[in-house]
Design a protein around this ligand. Structure first.
Ligand code: HEC
Length: 278
């Protein structure tokens, strides 16, 4: 009896599965963002640190990327997990770091020693990069109610990392008319900017890199929009993962160790069994 009940219960489950399998899925309305992301290819560029084993940062490129952050992005974006003295890791000397901190456009919050009132002072190398806005509300007021995210970890926070930031910075364009015809709700409002690399297509950030030679590179590299976008993306990868090279080096050491250990294990195996074989 139990067997028969069991059999029918099983049959019921299997039929439910079969029905679910055969029934057409309910059609989900495609959004404009899904449509655009499906039909566009993310731009592929290569970075010196792409390779997971021997990839390395190009110090010269990181310095150029820092220059772009300093002259363009730092007007809106903080970099609060990075200290001025960390710049020594990308090849700036101590006196250079000191000068960069001292000349930074925003001062660091402090307290007036005489009155105890809030005040500001010039940055020193041990300070973290000061935020361009006093707080999030002030940042929103200056940016049509959108909050420019802190960029310290952005390369880790977005799929594609530096490839995404480069894509985002170089994909601003006029909104295609046929897209608006197909999806009337997606029409870019006055305060936003059409950018197909951005998740919901309309971004509050105005195109930060709008013309070639927007920065004059200290090392003489031609500052095309693409070059600036690539360099600043590499720099933001470094801020998010400054220890990338150590990690790669450890990886290589572990692989070499394992190879030697395997060779030794094989050798001792041969040795132990040598006289047991015919
Ligand atoms: C005029 C102010 C302004 C400047 C200058 C600016 N940004 Fe932005 N940025 C914003 C705002 C506002 C947002 C938030 C956009 C949104 O949520 O719609 C943003 C968002 C971003 C994002 C996150 C996008 C995402 O996927 O959420 C990245 C990355 C970014 N900016 C990088 C940069 C870089 C790199 C520079 C310098 C080359 C720069 N920004 C310069 C205002 C600015």
């Amino acid at each position: 009896m139990v067997r028969i009940v069991g059999f029918f219960a099983g049959l019921a489950f299997v039929s439910a599965l079969l029905v679910a399998f055969v029934m057409p899925r309910e059609k989900v309305e495609e959004t404009a963002a899904q449509y655009v992301h499906e039909h566009r290819e993310e731009k592929k560029i290569s970075f010196s640190f792409d390779n997971p084993v021997w990839g390395k940062y190009d110090r010269q490129q990181l310095q150029r990327g820092f220059q772009v952050y300093k002259e363009v992005c730092s007007a809106c974006h903080s970099l609060k997990h990075v200290a001025f003295r960390d710049l020594e890791e990308i090849g700036f000397t101590k006196p250079e770091v000191k000068a960069i901190a001292k000349q930074w456009s925003t001062e660091v919050p402090s307290i007036n020693e005489q009155t105890g009132e809030p005040a500001t002072r010039k940055a020193i190398p041990s300070d973290y990069f000061p935020s361009p806005f006093a707080n999030d509300t002030a940042a929103r007021v200056a940016n049509n109610n959108a909050l420019p995210p802190d960029l310290s970890d952005i390369a880790k926070a977005r799929e594609g990392g530096p490839h995404y930031t480069h894509d985002l910075l170089t994909s601003y364009q006029e909104q295609p008319a046929d897209l608006v015809k197909k999806f009337p709700d997606i029409k870019t409002p006055e305060t936003l900017h059409y950018n197909p690399a951005f998740a919901n297509l309309n971004i509050a950030m105005p195109p930060p890199l709008a013309a070639d030679d927007q920065v004059a590179y200290a090392d003489g590299t031609k500052a095309t929009i693409d070059q600036m976008a690539t360099d600043v993306s590499a720099f933001l990868m470094w801020t998010a993962e400054p220890k990338l090279e150590n990690r790669h080096r450890t990886g290589i050491a572990v692989v070499i160790f394992l190879l030697i250990a395997t060779a030794l294990a094989y050798g001792s195996y041969q040795n132990i069994w040598r006289d047991k074989k015919h």
